[in-house]
Design a protein around this ligand. Sequence first.
Ligand code: NIG
Ligand code: FE
Length: 406
Amino acid sequence: MTTRFDQSPSADGLWTGLRGLDGQPCAITVADGRIVWTGAPDAVPAAHVSLPRHEGGGALVTPGLVDCHTHLVYGGQRANEFAMRLAGASYEEVAKAGGGIVSSVRATREASEDSLFASASARLQSLLAEGVCAIEIKSGYGLSLEHERKQLRVARRLGEAHGVTVRTTFLGAHALPPEYAGRSQDYIDLVCREMLPALHAEGLVDAVDVFCERIAFTLAETEQVFQAAQALGIPVKLHAEQLSDMGGAALAARYGALSCDHIEHLSQAGIDAMAAAGTVAVLLPGAYYTLRDTQLPPIAALRAAGVPMAVSTDHNPGTSPALSLLLMANMACTLFRLTVPEAIAGITTHAARALGLQDTHGTLVAGRPANFVLWKLQDAAELAYWFGQRPVRCVVRQGRIAEGAL
Ligand code: NIG
Ligand code: FE
């Protein structure tokens, strides 16, 4: 398939005139699509001096951004629920009235694979144009083998077509499908015994997630899904303590979870368990903002415990129709009081770790695939300062100048 990405120019050569996040001048050499050297401009290896030059003109350079929690593939949209909430209904009331996740399930089941690909492609392009080089995409709007497969296949196709690293997460335990009303255990059995093994065998599952919440699945059901994932050697993560403290984070930490996400109601015991397990805390200010939540995630305690904090869009049609990771960094600072360096680490280094990609993404290190962004900015703090604009000069993704130009 011919795509715009395939036609974009190679980034091989010597990149000079750059400034790192520390404000210091730096240079990068790219060969065969990988970073082979990075350092001070006066230390460029002699063998690299004659390579083709890409002159950055003093541009700020960062690692490619990583969006580590999205529900990017779905049918329809839910602006009507936005209106219901404005009229006073809560997220839980909307869900109980037949809206919420289940209404996106209806629209996703009705949509063809190609139409899901087209709508998700358009959304993905917004994120890519802002510097995203790796993204997690969850299923969870199919809730049957056929339709979860369709979502995950679209996620894989998006990665190939757009030249972006996609990590797929199976979120079969997102909500109880209507045909299983009152039969939660039967559905969890289906998830564990049929859906997960089949989708894993098809190479569609990089991680497994559960929505552990009083409007979704219990702690015991969550553990059953984790056991099924563990038996297949698949890493887990969790939608934990978003609306209440279910003890999900501590459970997830016991299973060595990559991340616990949302965590507004996280307890100190949960924080301690995450710190001990090396589990990343994924902060989702877009959902907090959309739901007009008032319970702040325990940032100071996470910081004190040394839990790495990532920041993500949580793009989804219900609670976070956000398509800007920089806006999420801004909100993480403004709403959650992250420092700017924390917010930047949250959309790069720590986000990569939340996906198990810490050895290939999220930092500028020789030997890694060339994924980096040149910004039309003077100061690193501007990354989290502006909102509503796209200050990208160019994006090098998978070794190509995929967005913008020098
Ligand atoms: O991350 N919390 C559960 N899942 C999504 C919401 C999905 C939806 O409402 O469609 C989230 O916020
Ligand atoms: Fe989510």
